[in-house]
Write a protein that binds this ligand. Structure first.
Ligand code: DX5
Ligand code: ZN
Length: 214
C-alpha cells in the first residue's frame, strides 16, 4: 500500500492535492503541535474538511503531546486510522480501545530510536505499527536504513501470528529506498516529497507501488 503524505502538498489546495493521488491506498495526514515535534502543521478542523473533500481513507499521524486527550477527536472526525506516538501516550492500551470504539483503526508509532521489543504486548491492541525512518517533524529528510531491523522484527511477529497489524514506514521513502523497505517486510509506505514534489504525483505514486512490488 502507498500512503502519500500531504505534508509536502500545497495546503491551500488540499482537495485538488488529494484528487491528484486518487489511486492511493491511504492519504497520510501529518498533525504536528510544535511541542512533541518542533514543527507545526494542521489539526482537527482541517481533517474534518478533508474528510468531506476526498473519499480516500485518512491516515492521521499525530505527532502531538497528550494524544490520550486529543486522538479520539480524529477518530470521531472520520479518520480511517489514527496513529499516536508511544513516546507521547500515557496509556496506549486504553487509547487503542477508545480509538477502535470510535470506529477507527488504531496505530502506534515509534521514533527511530525507540525499540520495538518493550511494546510488543501493547501492540496486540493495535491495527497499525508506524515505524519512523526519519526523526519526526519534517518532510524531505534522509532515510535511516538502521530502522529496517525493527521492520524485520515486526514482520516476523506478524508472520508468526504474535501480532496482527499493518507494518507502515514513514520518512525518506523514495525510488532509492522503497525496495529495501519492501524487502524488510513493510506493508504500507508513506511518501511525501517523493510524491508531491513530482510533476505528476499520481504517476509518482504508481512508480513507487511498482517498485515496492518487485
Ligand atoms: C515526518 C512525517 C512524514 C513526512 C514524510 O515527520 O511524519 O509523514 O511527510 O516526508 P518524506 O516522505 O518527504 O520523508
Ligand atoms: Zn507521517
Amino acid at each position: 500500500m502507498i500512503a502519500p503524505s500531504i505534508l509536502s502538498a500545497d495546503f491551500a489546495r488540499l482537495a485538488d492535492e488529494a484528487a491528484a493521488v486518487a489511486s492511493a491506498d491511504w492519504l497520510h495526514v501529518d498533525v504536528m503541535d510544535a511541542h512533541f515535534v518542533p514543527n507545526l502543521t494542521i489539526g482537527l478542523p482541517v481533517v474534518k474538511s478533508l474528510r468531506k473533500a476526498t473519499d480516500l481513507p485518512l491516515d492521521c499521524h499525530l505527532m502531538i503531546d497528550d494524544p490520550d486527550r486529543w486522538a479520539i477527536g480524529y477518530a470521531e472526525a472520520g479518520a480511517y486510522n489514527v496513529t499516536v506516538h508511544v513516546e507521547a501516550a500515557e496509556d496506549p492500551v486504553a487509547l487503542a480501545k477508545d480509538l477502535r470504539a470510535a470506529g477507527a483503526k488504531a496505530g502506534l508509532s515509534l521514533k527511530p530510536g525507540t525499540p520495538l521489543e518493550p511494546y510488543v504486548d501493547v501492540l496486540k491492541h493495535y491495527d497499525t505499527l508506524l515505524v519512523m525512518s526519519v526523526e519526526p517533524g519534517f518532510g524531505g529528510q534522509s532515510f535511516m536504513a538502521e530502522v529496517l531491523d525493527k521492520v524485520r522484527a515486526a514482520r516476523r511477529l506478524v508472520d508468526t501470528g504474535h501480532l496482527r497489524l499493518v507494518v507502515e514506514i514513514d520518512g525518506g521513502i523514495n525510488a532509492d529506498t522503497i525496495e529495501q523497505a519492501a524487502e524488510a517486510g513493510v506493508d504500507c509506505f508513506v511518501a511525501g516529497s517523493a510524491v508531491y514534489d513530482a510533476a505528476d504525483p499520481g504517476a509518482a505514486l504508481e512508480r513507487l507501488r511498482a517498485q515496492a512490488a518487485r
